[in-house]
Design a protein around this ligand. Sequence first.
Ligand code: HDD
Length: 700
Amino acid sequence: MAKNKPDSVHIDEDSKDKALEHNRVEQQGQYLTTDQGIKIENTDDSLRAGRRGPTLLEDFHFREKMTRFDHERIPERVVHARGSAAHGYFQVYESMKELTRARFLQDPSVKTPVFVRFSTVAGSRGSADTVRDVRGFAVKFYTEEGNFDLVGNNIPVFFIQDGIKFPDVVHAVKPEPHHEMPQAASAHDSFWDFVSLVPETAHMVMWTMSDRALPRSYRMMEGFGVHTFRFVNAEGVSRFVKFHWKPLLGTHSLVWDEAQKLAGKDPDYHRRDLWEAIELGDFPEYELAVQIIEEEAAEKLGIELLDPTKLVPEELVPVRRIGKLTLNRNPTNFFAETEQVAFCVANVVPGIDFTNDPLMQARLFSYLDTQLTRLGGPNFAEIPINRPLAPVHNHQQDGFHRQTINASRANYHPNSLGGGCPMMASAAQGGFTHYPERVRTEKTRVRSESFADHFSQAGMFFRSLSAPEKTHLIDACRFELGKVEIKEIRERVLDLFSNIDGELTARVAEGLGLPAPTTKSIPKSPVQVAPSLSIENTKKDSIKTRRIAALIADGVDAAELIDVRAALEREGAKVKIVAKHLGTVKGEGGHAVEVDKNSITTASVEYDAVLIPGGAASVEALKKDGEALHFLQEAYRHCKPVGATKEGVELLRACGIDPKAPGVVTHAKGGDVATFVTGFTAAIAKHRHWDRADKDRIPA
Ligand code: HDD
């Protein structure tokens, strides 16, 4: 039916959920049918000529079932293949009217639905979650003005300055072409060969060797838009903007030994963590923050804003928190949503615009292009998860898998047959107008001189880390380069490092048994040390959702365990009872304690802290149990908080653990449980206690 008013749309938190509801199919209570709706009487036996005879071609149900199965796979993403996603909503704190006309950033009462996909970069779809890698942090905002995709990472800079080198860096890091090894790892010759020959990788390599590349959880990592974007307001005034996501649970990381063990014990560790947190109602939250840089101030900054290998330190330009993202719903179907979602850097709404960052410019092309193959043609925006909530009207048509049935005879513009529709929208009517940046220059493949410094910020990052973080980074380099087989590559990387920092070069060289090249003269950064870059300086004020393992055996002091558990859970932590067997454990005085995990199915690496409750018989049994001793020693070695009450303290001694070591909290007989819980809570909030001088002599 012809209409003379444009569609209007009202969006609230549930709008996308309601839109997806049309595509959800409930199987409960239904008959099995073919794709044509024919009910099936037997799906376990194919149609054959005689009971022992050949299968007949006419068995349409068999052929359809098999054909559909044979074609279930689509190409995995060429990068970021392994991912996990969730639905949620975004709400701005106050109107951003002065800075941008983007409508979803105007009204604090509006909840804009979002779909967020987290990912690793290098590994295949089935690879482990906890590998050393960058994490993708891609957010699709379903705004009333159309979809805005903020396709970021958990690291604020990138390996290369120009997207034309993206295929090179990705080929170098992916498994090598002759034998397809190693999986989901950068510790191999081709990656480090590339790094050694492309000095612009230096800054990002510092980040990927740091603890940032081993997040504890998708819920506990920062996100970054990386590029400089533009905010444009209704008056057409443009300002540069850098986007950040700040997790409300703080930023926390794993240690390398733990990450490697987790990759075997639970390859789905991050996926499970995200899924379970949402199922339990512990909704992950992140604040959207922006750094705003006036056009005139940009030149005086001393940092090339178009260079994606550079960040703007928070110490130089403050980060303003402007709104909150809450993830509150798991997808209904992994393939339909998480796998088929298609993000694109070019998806922006009026009020947000691009810059000439050559990496960003390349990305504006690549995403739509890759979806054409991955999702089988040009109609992927019609897949339910990708479909905007804003109305879509244009003359695009046909192609594989078209869903929309355009009703108009006029499929061109201008037209009179369709009354000139769809119409153009002026800026006042919500039309997207590109920021009219002045461009008057020559065509060239020459990179600007302002992109020449590759080392000042690599050095700034390294210098900004705490001593333990520096050691982790150096150990990571020793590990990765230790896996490199060609000695010349190791030497060239050391030479590269000598442009970054003397201590870094010397300590990595020592680990590799190579002479350290003399430190080059390192260019100065406008900010020499940026404390905001160290994870240790991020907030550590909560134990919400931290997993604590209580190791127990028969004879545990059940009454006290129940008290301590309740107190920790009041703070939002999750206490899991770990024992030799499932079922129940007999506590002192006959209390039965329900076991959550038997020790054969779990390991210390799955927890943030360990609790050893009192109870003489329980502790005596644990002392003779190698698995329990290993559990505790491993957690201690990974610098996790350890709490022990009464006889539990003896288990520490049996493990060679000093009860007075940092992050070890004890409470002797007759002590006050409340004081113990307060101390243990503070130790857990700190997440890790790196200053354990003796940890390396603990066998685990
Ligand atoms: Fe990219 C996927 C993030 C540089 C080309 N990229 C992809 C995803 C994320 C990023 C999070 C996964 C999205 C999802 O969950 O589906 N990429 C980044 C960031 C970059 C970056 C933060 C640097 C600032 N990417 C980059 C460049 C190019 C690409 C320079 C090419 C010129 N990226 C792609 C891609 C992918 C992709 C090939 C693979 C799958 C997809 O797009 O949908 O187009």
